[in-house]
Design a protein around this ligand. Structure first.
Ligand SMILES: NC(=O)c1ccc[n+]([C@@H]2O[C@H](COP(=O)([O-])OP(=O)(O)OC[C@H]3O[C@@H](n4cnc5c(N)ncnc54)[C@H](O)[C@@H]3O)[C@@H](O)[C@H]2O)c1
Length: 328
């Protein structure tokens, strides 16, 4: 029997690979394109729920055209800040599609953080007006920060970001770190209302909310609105009253019908994100108001996980561990 080894990659190992947004966006486009074409095996997310309002989800996938496979095992615990821990964390395993052998075990927090923001960026390439200059971000945590960075890459005309968070320390950290990281002027705000006034795009990245917080009049003609927390921040008037609603996976998003995530129920979707990548027009007029609710695709995690594995192999970063070397 051959010795079987896999590579272990911590979050810091992955960050040391220095994978830039261009490559991340390419991997997201590959994944959503296959999802929309139906060339993926991607059973619906299953999960366990050890405390109220928590989840640990399994997310296995095979991208058939790219022949990439793996699984993410990710947890969401909104009260983790009380323990000095992030809300979202977990592991991802990549496998060889020929033999099933695990090739890498890695942190999935970085992958989740960047792939979620990159999915918004891909949507913005097709659905935002090209002259977006000022954006409003509600929720200045991990997603708030990643969104500002990657949106600046696809919409380089962004010069100003208004931002609000209920936690003063998080808001302060955003204001200190993000101007240099994203090359955008940052203006911390005292309320949601102030943050969404006179901006060209609104992104909400809060935790689960008991009720919507975005004022119905916030979306002027031509704007794009993004609800990263499964749309909980958005009122019925906007979820159901805009010109187009985009999501990454209609079937998966529709399964949130009973969770209370979408005020007024699941909206009628214009198309899936991958349809835009595959050629369906996104924004068709300057005045359209477009809402985006990408809930996160395992295909994106696994597509990006393969890139992480390949770059780590090339740069020899991470720790090689032995899975087995002797027969019984
Ligand atoms: N769609 C996806 O694929 C996907 C992927 C990852 C995370 N998420 C979701 O995105 C959201 C943000 O995740 P994160 O990792 O950035 O979490 P985070 O904890 O780092 O940041 C969330 C921030 O929102 C703030 N917040 C909460 N309620 C608020 C309110 N009413 N007004 C203003 N700010 C408020 C919190 O203080 C916190 O700083 C979560 O709901 C998470 O479940 C979605």
């Amino acid at each position: 029997m051959k010795k079987v080894e896999f590579r272990y990659l911590s979050q810091e190992d992955i960050m040391d690979l220095d994978i830039g947004w261009d490559k991340i966006i390419e991997r997201i486009e590959l994944a959503v394109s296959e999802q929309a074409k139906g060339t993926i095996e991607n059973p619906p997310k299953r999960g366990i729920h050890t405390r109220d309002d928590t989840f640990i989800h399994e997310m296995p996938v095979h991208l058939q055209d790219a022949d990439i496979c793996g699984i993410k095992w990710v947890s969401g615990y909104p009260s983790n800040y009380k323990h000095g821990l992030p809300q979202i964390l977990g592991l991802q395993i990549m496998n060889c599609p020929e033999t099933g052998v695990p090739t890498a075990v890695m942190d999935c927090r970085w992958i989740t953080a960047v792939r979620t923001a990159a999915a918004t960026a891909v949507t913005a390439k097709f659905c935002a007006k090209k002259d977006v200059a000022r954006i409003g971000i509600i929720g200045a945590g991990v997603q708030g920060k990643m969104h500002l960075e990657v949106l600046k890459k696809v919409l380089p005309g962004i010069t100003e970001c208004k931002v609000f968070d209920v936690k003063d320390n998080v808001l302060k950290d955003f204001a200190v770190r993000m101007p240099e990281r994203a090359n955008v002027s940052v203006f911390p705000q005292k309320s949601v209302e102030d943050t969404v006034a006179d901006v060209d795009m609104i992104i909400t990245c809060t935790q689960k909310l008991p009720r919507p917080i975005i004022p119905p009049g916030a979306m002027r003609p031509g704007m794009m609105g993004v609800g990263v927390e499964a749309g909980r921040a958005w009122p019925e008037e906007l979820i159901h009253g805009c010109d187009k609603v985009i999501t990454d996976d209609i079937e998966q998003t529709s399964s949130y019908a009973t969770t209370g995530a979408f005020a007024g129920g699941i909206p009628e979707f214009y198309c899936q994100l991958g349809d835009l990548v595959n050629g369906k027009p996104g924004r068709e007029t300057e005045d359209e108001r477009i809402m985006v609710f990408n809930l996160g695709l395992a295909a994106c995690d696994v597509s990006l996980g393969q890139l992480v594995t390949d770059v780590a192999e090339k740069k020899d970063i991470g720790t090689k561990l032995t899975l087995m070397e002797r027969d019984f």
